[in-house]
Design a protein around this ligand. Sequence first.
Ligand SMILES: [Zn+2]
Length: 462
Amino acid sequence: MIRMATPSPSVLRRMIAGAVSAAALLAAAFFLFRSRPPAFPGSNVILVSIDTLRADHLGVYGHFRKTSPEIDLFSRESILFENCQAQSVSTLASHASILTSQLLSHHGAYFTRRLRLPSHVPTIAALLKERGYKTASFNDGGQIAPEFGLDRGFDLYENMDKDFTIDKLHFERIVRAAEAWLESRGTSKFFLFLHTYETHAPYTPRPDILAGFESGYAGPLPPETSEDLIDRINRGEVEISEADKAHIIATYDAEIRSMDASFGDFVASLEAKGLLDNTILIFTSDHGEEFGEHELMATHSHALFREQVHVPLIVRLPGGRLGGRRAGDLVRSIDIAPTVFALLGIDRPPSFEGASLVPLMRGRPLPAPVFSISQRDMLETYRRDFWSITDGRWKLYKGLLFDLAADAGETRDVSAFHPDIKALYRRRALRLLPPENLRTGIEPVRMSQDLKKRLEALGYLK
Ligand SMILES: [Zn+2]
């Protein structure tokens, strides 16, 4: 007869301890697996840039209004970067930085000087095309019309603003075109770049959304905020009350809500097509918008304060891996392309100036400290000191030093109290912006009458 021995209390304790250690090992292995995103070779890449979308007007970045339920939901399956800074505050220069991973002084594409992206600067589209990707863009043109050179490397670069209807430019139109292209593209891997001016002025919100965002506005301003009205306010010809200002902001927020609905439709269609498991999907913007925090109302491109350089950056990995993480570290628009290359397991080209953000996705610090440079204009960079540098703790801009830990709104110059820090950050900035790189290989652009009309509608040729 076989008799099962009853373990003694000490053996039982050892068995339990052994089981606990095995469970701990399994948990650690699981954590390591979860926290180490593998390369995603051959994944598709979709880059969505919503023009003029300041990060802090999205719910998931803390906005008080429900502007972005779809983006908020999307961020739960994604890694959200809380503090992403754009390298410029105008559309062409900033998109050129996103697509080339270079600072404005180095890529040289700047609208006000009528300079297109020089043909020698590699773009993410051209680099991925060389590696067998099908490349397509559906965008609202204007400063990123093909004439400005950002179309390089795209098999298809569709400017959707063919009928100059800037006030009717809705992301929905871009999404529908992208969905049709995805249906017809076949099976090859792809890079898709989508862009809309829906949240750019003029703000022409859907009346039902606006009504839900404000109740009882009885002031003199119309339900749409035109470029002309914004100009007159900023020239001092129209005085506005606090209620009027809140109304203008509500018209901007309502445009965000409508864009958000289209973004939600787009993500749903990717899911229906079975693309979410093999696609890296990046959501960002080229710059923010000022609502009177420092200088002007309902516009951008004139200064480098936070409201204009702080942009959303939300990255969904294939299958929603590491979804729900938030990284509070300072990151930059020029980090997007190097991150894509790291995720795809492709060696980065030497022209990239940004860093891969994969370590932050894993919950680890970046190997080197990050300094974010923003510039308004290449020539003003040196003539008027028109640049900013920040590491997330201090920010130096036009000779003013801000202590961001105590003054996130950048309102108090503390350079008199910290001359050593000011000098240090100035040296750092000038090391990153060597004047000898200025204007190397620049290429002027010739604009057609059609393009001039489009840019006028966006308020750019005043
Ligand atoms: Zn823009």
